[in-house]
Write a protein that binds this ligand. Structure first.
Ligand SMILES: [Zn+2]
Length: 75
């Protein structure tokens, strides 16, 4: 779960020069910046890692706990 507050006071985008970028201040104590013009992000690699890890976890859970498909309940 992300809990970040966004501010429009980030540094100029290094990719396209748009300013300001969107700054997300996470309660965990770090900032991330995202460019609303070109989609650049300050920490894209870390975000990709987080998403991949989350996806692995979800896939793992699904494989470990298949839905209980038994007889359909009928009256
Ligand atoms: Zn940009």
């Amino acid at each position: 779960m992300y809990d970040a507050e966004g501010f429009d006071d980030g540094p100029p985008c290094p990719a396209c020069g748009h300013a300001p970028t969107r700054r997300y201040a996470y309660v965990e104590g770090f900032d991330e910046h995202e460019c609303p013009a070109c989609g650049w992000r300050s920490d894209e690699a870390a975000i990709a890692d987080l998403r991949r890890a989350a996806g692995d976890l979800l896939e793992g859970d699904a494989e470990a706990a298949p839905p209980p498909l038994g007889r359909p309940l009928r009256a």
